[in-house]
Design a binder for this molecule. Structure first.
Ligand SMILES: Nc1ncnc2c1ncn2[C@@H]1O[C@H](COP(=O)(O)OP(=O)(O)OP(=O)(O)O)[C@@H](O)[C@H]1O
Ligand SMILES: [Mg+2]
Length: 272
């Protein structure tokens, strides 16, 4: 059996803007292995959320291939994909997206009810999940009564409610301080170990990226692998350097593009 749980091949995605198409992903290719934590880093606006949205089927690609456990997701109908997603994918959005009028436990119950579980079973499972993320005493609180760290725990419980094989995390520690961020990462690592879940995570934080098995940098619409021989040898300092290099490279590309655009305009004017 293949060890690859997710595979992207030559994925292209652009947005149609009034000013013309904005090319965001320009041939993204990578694989995610079973039980692996893969981190994607890149500067703001480089396309991290766009990529995760394609994986979760919130948005559709323009060309290329996304296979989850060997199945090409763009070949599925909306209904087929909805059912497939329930059994395969969990997501932690960049914003928490908890339903404000529902308590913590009701938020965790929601995906179970949507997946057709009875209210009784959903309640039992949600209770167990909140226990796991140490949020039982907050079960009946509404999201606005929770701290960011507590919200993120509820979000994780919700994301794993239907026992996904792949957890997609968009900056899971963004709203948290370092200590809380570390706790959330511990929780995610525990899921990998105990449940065999595979994780794809975006982050701005080199320290969090350093905890991943592999780090990919999104640069100029493509993913570039940063070779790391040994996870332990990829320390905080080198993670910081990797991130800085990605920022510098992106700046260079942006400057070059702008220069090209400007010189292009000048040439046009001249030719008039
Ligand atoms: N629905 C959309 N319509 C038009 N443009 C979009 C849309 N979504 C994203 N973009 C643009 O695509 C680019 C990539 O956005 P994306 O949100 O994927 O970046 P990101 O790497 O996740 O950034 P951040 O680190 O700030 O979250 C940006 O230039 C953004 O403005
Ligand atoms: Mg984003």
């Amino acid at each position: 059996m293949s060890n690859i749980v997710l595979e992207c091949k030559d994925v292209f995605k652009h947005y149609e803007l009034r000013s013309g198409p904005l090319e965001v992903l320009k041939g993204v290719t990578f694989k995610l292995n079973k039980g692996e934590m893969l981190a994607i880093i890149g500067i703001s606006g480089s396309g991290k959320t766009t990529l995760l949205n394609l994986l979760y089927g919130i948005d559709s690609l323009n060309s290329g291939e996304i296979k989850i456990e060997g199945q090409e997701i763009s070949q599925m109908s909306t209904e087929e994909f909805r059912v497939f997603r329930q059994g395969h994918l969990g997501i932690i959005f960049q914003e928490f997206y908890l339903i404000p009028s529902m308590t913590a436990i009701e938020n965790v119950m929601a995906p179970l009810i949507i997946a057709g579980k009875s209210e009784e079973l959903a309640l039992t499972v949600a209770y167990r999940l909140l226990e796991r993320v140490e949020m039982i005493e907050m079960a009946n609180k509404l999201p606005h009564q929770l701290s960011n760290g507590q919200k993120q725990r509820v979000v994780i419980a919700r994301a794993i409610a239907n026992t996904p094989k792949i957890l997609i995390c968009d900056e899971p520690t963004r709203a948290l301080d370092t200590a809380l961020g570390d706790e959330i990462m511990d929780l995610i690592e525990e899921l990998i170990k105990k449940e065999g879940i595979s994780v794809i995570m975006t982050t701005h934080d080199p320290e969090m990226a350093a905890r991943a098995d592999r780090v990919l940098i999104i640069r100029n619409g493509q993913l570039v692998e940063e070779k790391i021989q040994d996870k332990k040898s990829f320390d905080f300092q080198s993670a910081k350097e990797v991130y800085q290099r990605s920022v510098d490279a992106e700046k260079m590309v942006t400057t070059e593009t702008k220069t090209e655009e400007t010189s292009g305009k000048k040439t046009k004017k001249k030719s008039k």
